[in-house]
Design a protein around this ligand. Structure first.
Ligand code: KG4
Ligand code: ZN
Length: 351
């Protein structure tokens, strides 16, 4: 089945054409990162306006790149939620218009499930059941995936998502947005120097996560290193530690803070992932979402998987961050099993 996928849940306007859930004919992603960077995070009103401006062009580009015409499409898939409601509505409205005009089925897809099942695009031999960790700016959740239609949430963050923690700590350190890539880069420069930070909820009785204490611990450490709490500049970062031109000393300090923070996050994510694998007796695990682009996390999970005889799968970075290929691919399974949705369905900010 030839499916057009549309994704607008956060700050990427994306469309893709996928054949039979497996073959990606095109995948177009227009990022709004630069529009949000000056605010240190995604501004919902700006996001929905930018989606409205981009959506027609992005869908047309996906159709053109796939070398097809609209008339060839057999179904339309769209992210229904969870996400920013104004952003979701842009994609859902566009998809409904296309499905109505072409008289083809429409399928509303859960964004997080889209991430989870994106692993099949590059690893069609992935076996059920598996444990999946979706770790992004909006989510840090563990799933026990019994089969394509039985996806059980077994652990989630009780406060900040891991990506959100990366973004907030980067803002605090004056490193810009998005935080993940720049913190990873600074951590790599730490040369073995690190700052010790706490790991929360590290007992086997729960697969939930908590990162807000870690974020506060970084804040307290920075305040102590600065000597005073008043040295924040207008953006909330610390200009004594992070002046416009960093001295070697302050740069080294930022590197070791970034390293210690990243190590704490990686430690918790990896430990809980393998606890889940053990609890549910699975020997396949998937890690996906924007934070799964992090090489240090990939390395740690791979090493532990090898040591424990567990196969570890990471989609490639273009599939880890938000995209519409994963939405179209997931819809192929849903349409085959459950049929299309009624055109009256609405977007769901929480799901
Ligand atoms: O999946 P995604 O593109 O959008 C959401 O659904 O949130 O993930 C974006 C998140 C941001 O918080 C960003 O800081 C984080 O993923 N991220 C990373 C890395 N690249 C992106 N976090 C850690 N290390 C990275 N290399
Ligand atoms: Zn996402």
């Amino acid at each position: 089945m030839l499916i057009l996928g549309i994704e607008t849940s956060c700050d990427e306007t994306a469309a893709a054409v996928v054949r039979d859930g497996a073959s990606v004919l095109s995948s177009v992603v227009v990022s709004q990162i630069e529009d949000h960077a000056q605010f240190g995070g995604v501004v919902p009103e700006i996001a929905s306006r930018k989606h409205s401006e981009a959506i027609s062009m992005v869908v047309q580009a996906a159709v053109n790149k796939a070398g097809i015409t609209f008339g060839d499409l057999e179904a339309c898939a769209v992210t229904r939620g969870p996400g920013l409601i104004g952003s979701l509505l842009v994609g859902v409205s566009a998809a409904k218009g296309i499905a109505l005009a072409l008289d083809i089925p429409i399928c509303g897809v859960n964004h997080v499930h889209g991430h989870l099942f994106s692993a099949f695009l590059e690893h069609p031999d992935l076996q059920f059941p598996f444990v999946g960790l979706v770790v992004s700016g909006g989510h840090t959740s563990l799933y026990y995936v019994k089969d394509p239609l039985r996806v059980e949430l077994v652990g989630k963050t009780r406060d900040d998502a891991a990506g959100e923690a990366f973004d907030k700590v980067a803002k605090l350190l004056g490193l810009g947005y998005p935080g993940g890539p720049v913190i990873e880069r600074r951590a790599r420069l730490a040369n073995g120097h690190t700052e010790p930070f706490p790991r929360a909820l590290m007992d086997k009785t729960t697969l939930d996560f908590s990162f807000s204490g870690l974020k506060t611990a970084v804040l307290r450490r920075v305040e102590k290193l600065c000597g005073v709490c008043q040295n924040r500049n207008v953006h909330g970062s610390f200009h004594q530690l992070i002046p416009n031109t960093e001295s070697n000393e302050s740069a080294a300090l930022v590197n070791s803070l970034a390293h210690g923070f990243q190590e704490a996050i990686i430690d918790v994510l990896t430990t809980k992932l393998f606890w889940a694998a053990e609890r549910y007796h699975v020997d396949h695990v998937v890690v996906c979402g924007g934070v799964a682009c992090n090489d240090a996390l990939r390395q740690r999970v791979q090493d532990q998987g090898q040591a424990q005889g567990v196969r570890t799968i990471f989609p490639s970075p273009v599939l880890c961050t938000d995209n519409a290929a994963m939405i179209a691919s997931r819809a192929d399974t849903l349409l085959a099993a459950l049929g299309g949705d009624d055109l009256g369905f609405s977007a769901k900010s929480r799901w």
